[in-house]
Write a protein that binds this ligand. Structure first.
Ligand SMILES: Cc1ncc(COP(=O)(O)O)c(C=O)c1O
Length: 454
């Protein structure tokens, strides 16, 4: 891909997130120039159907003038002011109020940050603060899952359960425990039904709480549907069981809604889809469709009451970012929510998602390289395998997922390779013809991969 004169400066000065430094130093970057609807255009003029909405985030689609105009207008009126020491701005208050109306009942208090990672670190600190105020200072351990992705700040890295995020980063920190990922296809034992698998995971959860001591376990934190860990919808009954076990042991339940929130699963939140009544949740990405970095940790009335109750004694809540509740971000979020609600995008994935998943299954589900096609709403994953019958994975060093990703780019389709699972998470505005086009381009790329491997 041509770098359009930017290659040298990029190699010299840009330290890329989630990129091999060695590969970046020897190759040209993919320069993105503009985007409209579901299409991204490279600086070389080539157009790609972005079946990933950037990084699972451009829910309203690219080029929405309504959001851009709202941001520009706000930047002209009040480009910035902080929210420390009781200060606030009008779009900020309107956004917090709007969010409280969208989140599940009782989740009414939002602490604003900039990224999903920061929201999750805030969540962790809120949970520890909460148990300190409840005078249970030992109740600090956090349970999450292998395969979970919660971001890259120190706490969020520790919550995450992906080995590459821990290796050489001295993570996870103490107090973070990881449970089995709820993926029957990969984690289920021979002849174990999905119901038996779920029961085993719930036993693991309970045994972990009991072994560690319920007086030391603070919270369980999970994505309603795991995203970056491979697009893993939870098995039936999983979340009901998790909540039941946690409640019994006075362990808080937190939902990381950074991907699932704002319509991805055909509901406002993943918690609505799976009947989760979380004590806390985090949101980011789709809250502004990534037109501006905004995130939040949202807490229930019950949790907030404890924080408020201990406040006089605890003093100032000493946490917050320079750009918490940024007025331009709030304006972007409000305009974005107008689009998501006004155009029915919070529920659209429930209508167009199932036929899309079916098309994907029909097109590639029987391919010898495909082990599982899974998804929910407008998020899907296609897992590549060496052998369908034995479910044997491809050798990691072959980086077959990445190979397919590159072939798909040549076909004009952007998917994301999560190891050997290729993910789809398109803008929620995507047309049915565009979904069909994404499936055909994917099938063409897969056919080319299989020829190349023969
Ligand atoms: C579920 C989940 N939580 C948290 C994060 C971290 O968000 P950010 O990259 O904005 O820090 C991500 C990012 O992909 C995510 O998928």
């Amino acid at each position: 891909m041509a770098a359009h004169g930017l290659g040298d400066d990029d190699r010299r000065h840009v330290f890329h997130p989630y990129t091999s430094i060695a590969e970046q130093r020897s190759g040209d970057p993919f320069v993105v120039a503009e985007a409209e609807g579901v299409f991204v255009r490279g600086a070389d003029g080539r157009e790609y159907l972005d079946a990933m909405a950037g990084l699972w985030c451009v829910n309203a689609g690219y080029g929405r003038a309504e959001i851009a105009d709202a941001m520009a207008e706000q930047a002209r009126r009040l480009a910035y002011y902080h929210a420390f020491l009781g200060t606030v701005n009008e779009p900020g208050v309107r956004l917090a109020t709007r969010l409280a109306g969208l989140t599940p009942p009782g989740l009414d208090h939002a602490f604003f940050c900039n990224s999903g990672s920061e929201a999750n670190d805030t969540l962790i600190k809120l949970i520890w603060y909460y148990w300190n105020l409840r005078e249970q200072p030992r109740k600090k351990k956090l349970l999450s899952r292998h395969g979970g992705y919660h971001g890259v700040t120190l706490g969020a890295t520790s919550l995450s359960g992906l080995p590459a995020m821990h290796a050489r980063f001295d993570a996870p920190l103490d107090r973070f425990l990881h449970l089995t990922k709820p993926h029957h296809y990969r984690e289920g034992r021979a002849d174990e039904s999905e119901a038996e698998f779920t029961a085993r995971l719930l036993r693991e959860l309970e045994e972990t709480i009991v072994r560690e001591g319920p007086d030391t376990v603070a919270a369980f934190i999970g994505e309603p549907l795991m995203g970056a860990g491979g697009v893993i919808p939870p098995p039936d009954g999983y979340w009901a069981g998790v909540q039941e076990v946690c409640r019994r042991h006075d362990v808080l339940v937190a939902a990381d809604e950074v991907i699932c929130g704002f319509g991805r699963l055909g509901h406002a939140f993943g918690s609505d889809r799976y009947d989760i009544a979380p004590d806390l949740m985090t949101v980011a990405k789709g809250i502004t469709s990534a037109y501006f970095p905004v995130s939040a940790a949202v807490v229930s009335d019950a949790v907030f009451d404890v924080l408020a109750g201990g406040s006089a004694e605890a003093g100032v809540f000493s946490h917050g970012h320079t750009t918490s509740l940024h007025p331009v971000g709030a304006a972007a979020a409000l305009a974005n929510l107008d689009l998501l609600e006004g155009e029915g995008l919070l529920t659209r994935a429930a209508e167009v998602g199932p036929p899309f998943l079916q098309k994907l299954r029909d097109a590639v589900g029987d391919h010898p390289l495909v082990g599982e096609v899974r998804g929910e709403g407008l998020i899907a994953g296609v897992e590549l395998v060496a052998d369908r019958t034995t479910r044997t994975s491809l050798p990691a060093e072959a980086r077959t997922g990445l190979q397919l990703h590159r072939l798909l780019l040549e076909e004009g389709l952007i998917c994301r390779a999560l190891g050997d699972t290729l993910a789809f998470s398109p803008p929620l505005v995507i047309g049915e013809d565009e979904l069909a086009e994404a499936v055909s381009r994917f099938a063409r790329g897969l056919a080319r991969l299989s020829e190349a491997l023969d």
